[in-house]
Design a protein around this ligand. Sequence first.
Ligand code: ADP
Length: 547
Amino acid sequence: MRRVRQLLPRTFQGRLTLGFVGVVLLTLLLVSGLAINRLDDYFSAQEQQNLTTRTAAVANIVRVFLERAAGTRPVVGPNNTLDPQAALLLADEDFLQPLADRIAQADIRIRVGQTTIDSTGAATVVPAPGGDVAATLQAPPLRGQARELIGRTDRFTVSSSPLFPWGLEVTLSNPYTFRASTIADLTVVVGLVAFVALIVALAVASLIARRFTTPLRRLTEASRVIAEGDLTARVPANLASAGSSEIAALSRQFNAMAAQLEESVEIIRRDRDRSREFLADVSHELRTPIAALRTFNELLREQAGDDPVARAEFLESSSQQLERLDWLAQNLLEISKLDSGLVLLDLRPDDLRTAVESAVEQAEAAARRRGVELSLRLPSRPVRIRHDPQRIGQVISNLVGNALKFTPRGGSVTVELEPYRDGARIRVSDTGVGIDASELPRIFERFYRGSRANEARSSGSGLGLAIVRSIVDMHHGRITVESRLGQGSTFTVYLPHDPRRDEELAPPADPTTPATSDPAMPGPGPAAESAAEPAAAERAAPGAPIR
Ligand code: ADP
C-alpha cells in the first residue's frame, strides 16, 4: 500500500490529472466491456438463427433427394425399412460431404425413419436401419471463420406419403462462424477508441488541473515572497479571477490579508520610528537642565560658593532647572499613560462656560505680570456639551499660556466661547508675533518649537500644542490655526455635542471663518494669513502629555 502511495504523484496538479484520467479509464472499461458483452450475445443469437436456417436447408435437400431416389415407392416402408435406393444415397459420401462442407458448414448427422408422437405431443424420429448417417466438416475455413462449439437438432415430419409418414432429424454441430473474429475486431477498435479518448482525457485533465493550480502556485509564490520580508507581494488580479470561484475568493482574501498585514507593519514601523524620535527628543530635553545643574553645582563648590550674590543667583537658576525637570517628568508620565490608553475622559454634560472661565481666571495673574490684556467673551446662555471639564481646562490654559508667551507687552489676548451647530467653538486670539507659514504644519508635533520660540520671554519644550491636539482628538473635536506673521494668531477648537456619538464628529470648517488649509500646504506667503490643522494621520496617533 505504501509503495502504491509512493508511486502516486505528489503535486496537486498531478493528482488531479490522475484522478480525472482514472475516472475516464474506468468509464471506458465499463462501457466498452458492457458493449462487447452485449454484442457477443447478439452475435450468438444471430448464429443460432443462422444454424436454424441451415438445418432447414439441409433437411429440405435430403428430403428431396431421398424422395427422388425412392421414386414412386415410400422412402420409409412398413416396419421402418428404408428404401434401398434411399439407403444407398444416404450412405454415399459424395452426397453427404458437400452437404456438410457447403450447405451446413458444420458437422452433420442425419437420421431418417418413422416418426412417432410421444405423450407430450413432440415428434420423435426412430431411425430406420441404415438411416442414421453423419459427416464431419472438412472444408477449410474462410478468412475470419472459426469453429464454434454450438449445435442444433431439428426434426421434420414428411407427410407426402399418408400411408407411411416418415421423418428426418438433422443435427448440425461445431459450425464455422465469424462471431469470434468479429468480436476480436470490435475489441481492437474499441480499444483504439478508448486509447484515443484516454489521450484526449489526459490532455484535457492536465489543462484543467493547470488552470486550477496556477493561482495556487501564485499564492504559494506570493506567500514565500512575503515570508522573505517583501510585504508588497500580491497574487495578480487577473490570475486571482482565473480558477474556480473558491480559489478566486481565496486569492482575493489572501491579497486583502497581505494588504492588511502591510498596513499593520507600516503602522508598527511608524510607531517605532516615532518612539525612537521621541526617545531622542526626551534625552535631548533632559540633557540641557542636567548639564546646567551640574555646572551650577561645580561653580558653587568652587569660587562662587563664597560670593553670596553669585550663590543666590546660581541657587535660583538651579531651582528653575529643577522645576523644568519636574515638569518634564510629569509630562513624560502623562505621555506613557496616553500611549498605553490608560487616560480615560471623564465626560460630563456640564456647561462649558465654567471650564473656560476658570482656565482664563488662572491665567489672569500671568497676563498682568506680562502686561498683556486678557479678555473673555462668554455667551449669556449655558453651553451644555458632553466634555471632560478638567482636560478642556488644560486645552484653554495651554492655548492662553502660548498666546501670553508670544504676545509682547501692551498686546491683547481674547478668549471667546460660542455655541456652534450642536456643539461649541472656542477661539483664543492674540496680537502677538504670529507664526511663519512654513512652520504652521509642524507646530502640533511633539517637541516642535518654532524659530521665534527663543525670542519669547519664556521658553517651552514644544509639548503644549501636542497636548492640546491629543485632548481635542479624544473629544472627537478639531483644532485649526490662522496666523499672520507680526500681527497675531487665532487658535479655534471645535467640540461636538457628544464625543461618544461617532456621527457627531467635529463640524466642518465654518464658511464664515477664514478658510483653513492643509498643514502640508501653507498659505501663499509670510504676509498672507496662514492656517493649519493637525494632519488626519497625526490625529490618529496616541495623544500627548498633559501639562
Ligand atoms: P512651546 O512649549 O514651545 O510653547 P507648543 O507646543 O505650545 O510648545 O508650541 C509649539 C510652537 O508653536 C511654539 O514653539 C511656537 O513657535 C508656536 N506657537 C504656539 N502658539 C503660538 C502663538 N500663540 N503665537 C505664536 N507662536 C505660537
